[in-house]
Design a protein around this ligand. Structure first.
Ligand SMILES: [Zn+2]
Ligand SMILES: [Zn+2]
Length: 129
């Protein structure tokens, strides 16, 4: 039984990555279209209904978090609004590492409180003086 040896050639890697990305974008379009045909335009979590005007806020979630797993019967898809989709992945992130989605959906969450530092600074000064 022959081993499936994928020798990685750094020169071709860029090409491969670019093509993979193109394929993925194409595939995302495909499964989104399909999922929207299969399922009613309703968020599976909060029940919010969608129409053509706000359809872009309805996203396709992969139940097993594997974006390459796209059975045509839609069994791995769930339509979620942006908010619920975000929540779903947040929970996954908290549950454990290793399932970071593909780039693009970067959201900087500002939890840093500038006054916390200031307070600490002031109080440490106070202590020294
Ligand atoms: Zn929702
Ligand atoms: Zn998802």
């Amino acid at each position: 039984m022959p081993a499936n040896d994928k020798s990685s050639d750094p020169g071709r890697l860029d090409e491969v990555v670019a093509e993979a990305r193109r394929n993925r974008e194409q595939r995302e379009q495909d499964y989104r279209e399909r999922a929207l045909k299969l399922y009613p335009w309703i968020c599976g979590r909060c029940g919010r209904e969608f129409n053509r005007q706000n359809l872009h806020e309805l996203t396709v979630h992969h139940k097993n978090h594997n974006h390459d797993h796209n059975p045509l019967d839609g069994s791995n898809w769930e339509l979620l609004c942006l908010y619920c989709h975000d929540n779903e992945h947040q929970r996954q992130l908290e549950a454990g590492p290793g399932t970071a989605g593909p780039g693009g959906g970067q959201k900087a969450q500002v939890t840093h409180n500038p006054f916390a530092d200031l307070k600490q600074l002031l109080s440490s000064k106070d202590r020294e003086g």
